[in-house]
Write a protein that binds this ligand. Sequence first.
Ligand code: KG4
Ligand code: ZN
Length: 328
Amino acid sequence: MRILGIESSCDETAIAIVSGNGEVLVIEKSLVASQAALHAKYGGVVPEVAAREHIDAIFPLLIAAGIPRDGSGINAIAVTSGPGLVPALRVGVELAKTLAWAWGKPLVGVNHLEGHLYSTFKAIEFPALALLVSGGHTEIVLMKDHGVYERVGATRDDAAGEAFDKVAKLLGLGYPGGPAVSKMAESGDPTAIAFPRPMMESGDFDFSFSGLKTAVAVRRRENPDDRVEDVCASFQAAVVDVLVAKTMRAAEKFEPKCLILAGGVSANRALRDRLLRDFSPVGRFLVPDLALTGDNAAMIAAAGYYHALRTDFCDPLTLVADPNMEIV
Ligand code: KG4
Ligand code: ZN
């Protein structure tokens, strides 16, 4: 089965073709047009600007993917229908609906977060536990089967990626902040500043990162001579400590066969290394290739493939973008 994937929920326009056979999924094409440089000057993603860029980029990507004009060879279309920015989401959703209607192909509306869960392109054994860390979400999800999820923990305020972005902003490192902060952290001392580990002992699997961002701001004001590298390394160590501790505690409780790390923050080397070290004695650790940690359409097609196997399709005349779509 060959799936056309379409993604436009935030600031990446993406088109992919993924073929699936049982549990083996192969990426035939994965094209991404990033707008990150454009939004950098605003310090964040501007929804209307993003939508306009998606409109300009999406059709050329579809052509570049080499899909026949009549859609032959494609068995189903999967599109991110939420969560995300409505004007941005609608570009992909409307293209997917139009193609599904014109070609007479089945359509799947995919939750963007579910897409990230499938971004490792490795066979998932159930139950699986997933740490989903992106710019908008930080969640621990128990996957009982394909499409059967339970959210066991989540952030109560800022997402982990958002904390990286805000800390980068206050340190003058630009947007998006994650890559900039983690690069600086490489030459810093993670023990230089003892930032708080929020909710470490809360006894649940929830997170809170907004106080940590404030702690960095206060520290910066009171100690302007701290090396930026040390601030970044110490902040990153605090985020990684909390994410890893809560994930490992969830793993003790739910005894998963594998652990998935996904979402934009899964590009973070320190986080990848720590989870690999701590979880490997327990089970398989699955992490996406660096090229698939950020938003892409291959992961949307992969998630869509499992919906298609269950004939879980939606109506091209009624599918709507849902900015607040939940994974469970
Ligand atoms: O999944 P994603 O591409 O978009 C959303 O769905 O939100 O995640 C983007 C987030 C941004 O907050 C970005 O700063 C963060 O992922 N990020 C990182 C790293 N690379 C990207 N955070 C920490 N370390 C990184 N190396
Ligand atoms: Zn994402």
